[in-house]
Ligand binder design. Structure first.
Ligand code: EPS
Length: 374
């Protein structure tokens, strides 16, 4: 399965093409739109989200809500394009307007402008923007629907915002409730503290990051491989997570915590109870690069958004003189958006791994082959 995305943040639309879907997968468009809307939600989002109301339009590959096995093409329109047409139009755009030369530390602006030989960092930021992730949520939702047909579920929650950290461990059923809360946090006291922090940062013109935990339940063992580095499930899922804008760290199971513990404290002891089981799940459901049948547990660290309303010291690349980086509008935090995006990219990467093992041109074949696995 492959997803290619295209589209600029203030261009006409975001588009995507998914190749490799089997036929007869039932597509739930309302569910895709629900996740698109969740990606836009969350405490700490900025004014742009009041302009957009993301909805998917499927252009090909689906007939009467069933996939055809052909490439599935889709688009999500940018409503803000109407305000940017004269700046962003493919033909006749006024490129002197809305130039960005006071490059923002932490964004792709400066390195991208040098690499792509651009005097205006707008030609970089438009594509580097996290707006692109709306297309990945669409792809991820379709992958989620493929996995759900096999009984595999994906969920997650926000574990920290800035320095406010929820240290608790939650059952999958509790994690499913996270999206009922404004910050997708499960600890209500800490969520209230996090909201206060974000209110203060909005006044200060600053931003915050956070930690997101993603869980996968119901996957049989043996997905991924120990035979070649490039086919290891943890490597594939972590690469998918690291491909998301603003993600700077990722861990599986105990992750960094495993480094300071003893072997006897870390490794999950095995017993037999009608099937092989583990007493604990410190490995986060992956051993030797393969799913082991336990829940997959992944955590990602998101850095604070690099557009700060109060600005940071930088250089104006038009003159090479000192300047303040500009921010017209910015999210204070986008940890809830990141939670939805990470669920989506994990779903897509996992669906690809599953479909590589199972093959199958239609869902009947896929389901038969999955059921036949030990
Ligand atoms: C982004 C800047 C902001 C964010 C945007 C990502 O957009 P704008 O410059 O239009 O205010 O809101 O994210 C989205 C639009 C989105 O849908 O997630 C950036 O510079 O990366």
């Amino acid at each position: 399965m492959k997803l290619t995305t295209a589209g600029e943040s203030h261009g006409k639309a975001l588009v995507g093409i998914i190749e490799g879907l089997p036929s007869n997968l039932k597509i739930d468009i309302a569910e895709i739109n629900k996740y698109l809307s969740l990606r836009q939600s969350g405490y700490g989002r900025g004014a742009r989200q009041k302009i957009e109301k993301d909805e998917v339009e499927i252009l090909s590959g689906v007939r009467n809500l069933l996939t055809l096995g052909s490439p599935l093409a889709f688009e999500v329109k940018n409503k803000d394009y109407e305000n940017w047409r004269e700046v962003m139009a493919p033909e006749g755009a006024d490129t002197d307007k809305r130039k960005l030369t006071c490059v923002r530390p932490g964004h792709a602006d400066l390195t991208g402008a040098i690499k792509y030989d651009q005097a205006d960092a707008r030609n970089i930021l438009e594509r580097a923007s996290a707006r692109e992730t709306a297309a990945r949520v669409v792809g991820g939702c379709i992958a989620r629907q493929y996995l759900k047909a096999l009984g595999v579920e994906i969920s997650g929650y926000v574990k920290s915002v800035g320095n406010i950290i929820d240290p608790n461990i939650y059952a999958f059923e509790s994690v499913l409730k996270a999206k009922e809360s404004p910050l997708f946090m499960l600890d209500k006291e800490r969520e209230a503290e996090a909201k206060k922090l974000l209110d203060k940062l909005r006044t200060d013109g600053d931003t915050a990051g956070g930690i997101i935990e993603i869980r996968v339940k119901g996957l049989k063992s043996g997905f991924g491989s120990c035979m070649q580095y490039s086919t290891k499930l943890d490597a594939i899922l972590c690469a998918a997570i690291m491909s998301v804008q603003a993600i700077k760290g990722v861990e599986v199971g105990l992750g960094f915590g495993a480094a300071t513990l003893l072997g006897s404290e870390v490794h999950d002891e095995i017993f037999f109870d009608g099937g092989y089981k583990r007493k604990t799940n410190n490995a986060g459901g992956i051993e030797g690069g393969m799913s082991n049948g336990e829940e997959i547990v992944l955590r990602a660290a998101m850095k604070p958004i690099p557009t700060l309303m109060k600005g940071l010291e930088t250089v104006d690349i038009a003159t090479n003189t000192p300047a303040q980086s500009a921010g017209e509008r910015s999210d204070v935090a986008a940890v809830c958006a990141a939670e939805i995006i990470l669920e989506s990219v994990v779903a897509f990467a996992l669906a690809d791994v599953v479909s590589r093992r199972l093959g199958g041109d239609n869902m009947r074949e896929v389901l038969e082959r999955y059921r036949a696995l030990r």
